[in-house]
Design a protein around this ligand. Structure first.
Ligand code: SAH
Length: 345
């Protein structure tokens, strides 16, 4: 595919409008094309039959719609599906579809690899390759929307919880979010799009000011010394700063920020840790997701026993916090939290 053609996938509606206006086209043309791209998941201009033949010819001459095939797809015994996408330069990223009763949640990647080096995460072990483009981020959603449509199902939620730190790829991630939320794009409500972050504070505030998306913040510890060992980024954005920023996120009625806390046996799982976490979060509009550690062979952490996790959760509940234990999904295909590393097995 000639690289000099402009890729329309990944362009938010305002960019499409600006682009077509250079050709002297009306604004509604951009909306029409956008609906084809994301509403109807078209990747071929020939099918866009409400556009004139002449406009379609112009589009195929100057533009393209990137649509990389999945290099492999794994299906878990619990119904979770993982796709590996390889892009033109060889960089790879994975996405995970998690079916759960009525919900179809897609977990997408924002970077190929990750630069944060968290001690317990498999993505960290692969290192950082590059930021994904908005086209590559949105494509993960297009790909699974089409796969679901073929069996009469629809995507209900999108979570930026795959590879990478979304807020360190702010510009491409916010273009992609623009498309997910736009009425001319995927039409998701902000409630159903969640950005998970370690707490890159300035970008967290900027994104919260720009889009009404939901936030999940990976705390994973209740003290700075402990968090800095697990997550080097804590030396830049410490617990107090992250929690303060979290408390400032504007929330619509009865919405909450999710706090993620990976449970690591004999590291951050004691009753004292639970009590310290509860103190840190007192009065904040949050819900805690406890994530039992998923093993992956790139580190030697273990998950606490169920009773230990339950005891931890019960302390949070007794302190008046909302807390649940995240169910482990897709572990048999290395698709669970913290297992994504684009291994070519
Ligand atoms: N960088 C962002 C987006 C990735 S989300 C963030 O950290 O929030 C991935 C989630 O899985 C994070 O909450 C992370 O703490 C958690 N995680 C990483 N490795 C894990 C593992 N091995 N088992 C369980 N959870 C893990």
């Amino acid at each position: 595919m000639p690289a000099n053609k402009v890729d329309l996938k990944g362009m938010p509606i305002e960019e499409l409008e600006a682009f077509f206006s250079q050709w002297g086209k009306e604004r509604y043309r951009a909306r029409q094309v956008s609906r084809w791209l994301y509403g109807k998941l078209a990747d071929d201009f020939a099918v866009m039959t409400d556009l004139s033949k002449e406009f379609r010819a112009l589009l195929s001459l100057a533009c393209r719609v990137s649509s990389p095939a999945a290099e492999r797809i794994d299906v878990s015994s619990d119904g979770t599906e993982k796709a590996l996408f390889r892009f033109e330069d060889g960089a790879a990223a994975e996405s995970v579809l998690i079916p759960d009763e009525g919900r179809r949640t897609l977990c997408i990647s924002s970077q190929a690899g990750c630069a944060l080096g968290c001690a317990f995460c498999a993505t960290a072990a692969m290192g950082f390759r590059r930021d994904l483009l908005s086209s590559e981020i949105v494509h993960q959603v297009c790909f699974f929307s089409r796969r679901l449509a073929a069996r009469g199902e629809r995507l209900s939620n999108v979570v930026f919880m795959g590879m990478g730190e979304p807020l360190l790829n702010f510009s491409q991630v916010s273009r992609a979010i623009g498309i997910l939320l736009s009425q001319h794009g995927f039409c998701f409500s902000g409630k159903r799009v969640t950005v998970s972050t370690v707490g890159i504070v300035p970008e967290m505030q900027a994104l919260a000011g720009k889009y009404p998306v939901s936030f999940a913040v990976s705390l994973n510890a209740s003290r700075d010394d402990q968090r800095s060992l697990l997550m080097p980024v804590n030396r830049k954005h410490g617990l107090k700063e992250v929690v303060a920023a979290m408390r400032k996120i504007p929330l619509q009625s009865n919405r909450k920020v999710t706090v993620e806390y990976v449970m690591l046996a004999e590291v951050n799982d004691t009753p004292e840790d639970a009590a310290a976490l509860a103190r840190l979060l007192k009065g904040a509009r949050i819900k805690v997701n406890l994530i039992p550690y998923n093993e992956h062979g790139k580190s030697s952490y273990r998950s606490p026993r169920r009773e230990v996790i339950d005891r931890f959760r019960d302390i949070l509940l007794a302190e008046g916090l909302q807390a649940i234990t995240r169910e482990r999904r897709g572990a048999d295909i290395a698709a669970a939290c913290g297992q994504l590393c684009a291994d070519i097995r």
